[in-house]
Design a protein around this ligand. Sequence first.
Ligand code: AQP
Length: 345
Amino acid sequence: MTSGSTPPAALKGRILSGIQPTGNLHLGNYLGAIRNWSALQKDYECLFCIVDLHAITVWQEPKELIRATREVAAGYIASGIDPVANALFVQSHVPAHAQLAWVFNCVARLGWLNRMTQFKDKAGKNREAASAGLYVYPNLMAADILVYKATHVPVGEDQKQHLELARDIAQKFNNDYGVNLFPLPEPVIRGPGMRVMSLRDGSKKMSKSDPSEFSRLNMTDDADAIAGKVRKATTDPNPLPDSVEGLEGRAEAANLLNIYAALTDQTLEQAVAEQAGQQFSQFKAKLTDTAVTVLGPINAEMKRLMNDPAEIDAVLKRGADKANAIAEPVLAEVYQTVGFLPGIR
Ligand code: AQP
């Protein structure tokens, strides 16, 4: 990890990614994000963030926010993210995120933000009651990336539009001020675009904020909890099909097979061929064993870390120091470009 504005030449670039501490980390966060990030750390200079500023765009209980922040850190470390080689830190510990976001609030256009589908989804029908923070969330996400001049961002389908906006903001800033300060960050396509759906409803994404505990497998669930949730997972009365086409209209079966394929490092086609003709009762037993094998060591390490908050906090302090060392000079460059009178410190 360098403190300069460019990553070491031997690497492919600099990556920034983050998770909101909005509840319990779940299998979707693991298979859709964290597992892929740990694979990227050998090729990229990586900054992994716990985005607490984003989390409070919707209400968070303060005590629970502290717990969830440490849990996300524990989840990163337990999943194999190296906290020494990378910067692993909390967003609010690096003030430059919020400072650059303000500048970007003045660069992004209202018309751009009005097109963001995630705001429409999250604000729902009662848009007037949504926080202003939720509306400008994409500007903060642009600042998260650009304050490190990150060149690459691992994004899921749902974040592609926000990354486009970050590129638009970078380009407009560069054009408006006649500089070449920000690179245009590129998406990193991670694996087969894994999207894990709720165990209760195959049309809804597995989510930390789903009120039903039975909708998700938490990364901290032990073998009994995993077995109970898989047993209760919604299914249909038919045996498993012998082709992927046979999953048409069977969202819950498709979701469980997708999860099984990801956990066993198979393609969906391979998993379907392996489980063809099985009853759900047999398949669920197999899926439980597989999930316990993969998640068992991770949740044991997460529990150990959660019992030692001082160890987690020390990792986060080191990470924030590294992140601040990169972000502060970039912010200073932005302030100078914009024409802010240099501060007297
Ligand atoms: N179900 C999922 N399948 C695949 N990937 C997922 N991710 C989240 N859910 C799934 C990926 O995990 C990362 C963390 O996302 P986030 O915490 O910033 O927000 P999110 O996507 O809104 O996650 P949740 O769990 O659904 O949280 P809440 O309930 O607070 O909204 C991202 O890379 C995301 O793609």
